[in-house]
Design a protein around this ligand. Structure first.
Ligand code: GTB
Length: 217
């Protein structure tokens, strides 16, 4: 059965692949699972039919027959557990890869999202200039630790896994901050992820949504 995911009809990132459908698209491409995409407007996201799929009125969602999932991490774990390509077979290595998936979401993504939200919404606030160094410090703390653990390896634990896929998408959100310039090993890690053919296909597909919306005006 071909799953259907949801994505922004008009993404605020203007096709940079920063919205969370990108990671699900990438996972589906990595395992060779064809999928359909239903685009939703901000209004439709908060209307009853979408709220029935996603209790918080967000994207992405994942529908496969009578199975409905939300939360990008849960969706990617579901995909990775059902098709080869994103999790090792060996049980302990598999658990470690899942640990990195959670680490990306629960430990690395929060300070990055906090910083990104502040730069988007709080720039005009009187306390912004004082708060930004603290947010940068929290991001750098995690990047220092992550970079130390990655060392000169290609991926976080052996071969490429769902943990790397999630970590790369999380780190990409720092792209416009300039902070990644201080972390050449992490920049190279992101570039390795972005060079994967599955990433390229997923990126092109989400970019085509932006291009089509732009040409409609
Ligand atoms: N924890 C959930 C998950 O991992 O699936 C979070 C889902 C989520 O935040 N979805 C966002 C959403 O639907 C889109 S991805 N927002 C609409 C709403 O809450 O009303 C977040 C996102 C949006 C835009 C950019 N950007 O423009 O750069 C980046 C990331």
């Amino acid at each position: 059965m071909t799953p259907t995911i949801t994505a922004f009809e008009s993404s605020p990132d203007r096709g940079q692949g920063l919205a969370r459908d990108m990671r699900v698209r990438w996972a589906l491409e990595e395992v060779g699972q064809p999928y359909d995409v239903r685009l939703v407007s901000f209004e439709a996201m908060k209307a009853a039919p979408h709220m029935a799929l996603h209790p918080f009125g967000q994207i992405p969602t994942y529908e496969e027959g009578d199975l409905v999932l939300f939360e990008s991490g849960a969706i990617i774990l579901h995909i990775a557990e059902r098709r080869p390509g994103l999790l090792p077979d060996e049980p302990k290595a598999r658990s470690r890869a899942i640990t990195w998936l959670f680490a990306a979401l629960n430990t690395v993504e929060p300070p990055i999202v906090d910083r990104s939200m502040a730069t988007l919404f709080d720039r005009e606030k009187s306390w912004y200039a004082e708060r930004l160094p603290m947010l940068d410090h929290q991001v750098r703390t995690r990047l220092d630790q992550l970079s130390a653990r990655l060392g000169d390896a290609d991926w976080l634990d052996g071969g490429f896994s769902a943990g790397d896929l999630m970590m790369v998408t999380v780190l990409r959100r720092l792209g416009s901050s300039g902070i990644l310039d201080e972390y050449p090993a992490l920049s190279a890690y992101i570039a390795r992820g972005e060079a994967r053919p599955a990433y390229q296909r997923a990126f092109a597909d989400q970019r085509a949504v932006f291009a089509a919306a732009s040409s409609r005006g």
